[in-house]
Ligand binder design. Sequence first.
Ligand code: PEP
Ligand code: MN
Length: 346
Amino acid sequence: MIIIMEPGATKQQIDNVVEHLKSHGFRINLNYGDVMTVIAAIGDKRLVQPHSLNSFEGVREVKLIQEPFKLASRESQKEDTVIEFPNGVKIGGLERPVIMAGPCSVEREIDGLLEVAYAAKEMGCQILRGGAFKPRTSPYDFQGMEEKGLQYLAEAREKTGLLVVTEVMDTLDLPLVEDYADIVQIGARNMQNFKLLKAVGKYSKPVMLKRGPAATIREFLLAAEHILYNGNPNVILCERGIKGFDSTYTRNTLDLAAVPIIKKYSHLPIIVDPSHGTGKRYLIEPMSKAALVAGAHGIMMEVHHDPDRAYSDGAQSLNIEQFKKVMASINQLIGRIDYSNKHAVV
Ligand code: PEP
Ligand code: MN
């Protein structure tokens, strides 16, 4: 870390910082400038927490050289993480991007879900999405079908061969969700539910972690770090929009720059969810394409057999006809992107 001292810092104040660090095994490189002194310290940050140095007299600023996430970082693993499923689907690296599609909630009878699942299969998607445990802002809104919904998803998988991604909201439900899901989703609201992150870290199924509505990219990667640290290397990140100041035309602000940034700093796959990212079905196609050109490893979109009657997120869900058109156009784009290259080039 780098410690920048105040212009008027005394020799005693500088020595106090240096001695404190040295006593915890840090190697020190001192640079006396005309105006300020800069201390470069190399050592184990668990022994001296960088922020604790801010309370030393004469310290102006403490800067980190290495990213605080270790296992998720490119420094710890140069090669991209590629997650491979028993049916041959791969997510990450230079693999063809995957498309996850399905309703926001699994609801009512199974027929609607099957209709979407067959369309997803026909259009070349690999993964069926659908929530059986729903995080809802209001307790009066539909909360999900729970195990019955998981059973519907399993039946749709059986019939189509699609993999299933579905959300878990609570550690108590984790064994049940793990039984049915191919990928366990941690929703945006739970990105910093550290108990849940630790719990999925101890399970073996791949985890899709969604970015919190107000999370920085660093906080997002640190949340992923909890899962990796607890033993599960198969983490997929999902950018789903963050809270912006303008919700006139969109529900969230979809941060597409997060895609190349995460690819630069981490080896983990990153996918984009334009449905929650924008809240508008007409924005799914342009934002999916932009995400793919930016290098996303996949897209997750909401599709409903009858969006006007959906129990949740109908306005950001495509109907089946619209979905087929969007997929045809996305497939065409994917065919034109050069995936032999590290960066997606059209
Ligand atoms: C979802 O994908 O079903 C969902 C609830 O999304 P988010 O957690 O991003 O709001
Ligand atoms: Mn939704």
